[in-house]
Design a protein around this ligand. Structure first.
Ligand code: ZN
Length: 116
């Protein structure tokens, strides 16, 4: 399998649970930019089971707690690029948590999710 999210080096993983892992984006759009990735290779958030969704949301909370301690950002962008037309470049769903330094940017659209 050639999916970069299924072949993550263990040192990239900052937190994990039964169904998902949390990593820092290698090319962060803002400090703390993190990705939650399901362990199972599925192409869409909508293919995730209830347990997988719960696991991913738990890591989203963990990401926020971690970023709150580091940066105390004013706000967060949380998003999923689901499908190529929505900017998904790796067919493996990943909720993103991206802190924003200023409320002014709270409505800014999410960038592409292709970067690791
Ligand atoms: Zn995958």
């Amino acid at each position: 399998m050639d999916c970069p999210f299924c072949t993550l080096p263990p040192e990239r993983i900052t937190q994990e649970n039964e169904h998902a892992v949390l990593i820092r984006d290698a090319y962060p759009v803002s400090p703390g930019h993190s990705l939650v990735i399901p362990r199972r290779h599925i192409g869409s958030w909508f293919e995730a089971s209830e347990d997988e969704r719960t696991a991913m949301l738990a890591l989203l909370e963990a990401a926020k707690a971690m970023i709150d301690q580091e940066d105390r950002p004013d706000g967060y962008n949380i998003g999923i690029n689901d499908g190529p037309a929505a900017g998904q470049t790796v067919p493996h769903p990943l909720p993103q948590s991206r802190p924003q330094a200023a409320p002014l940017h709270a409505q800014k659209a999410l960038g592409s999710a292709h970067s690791l």
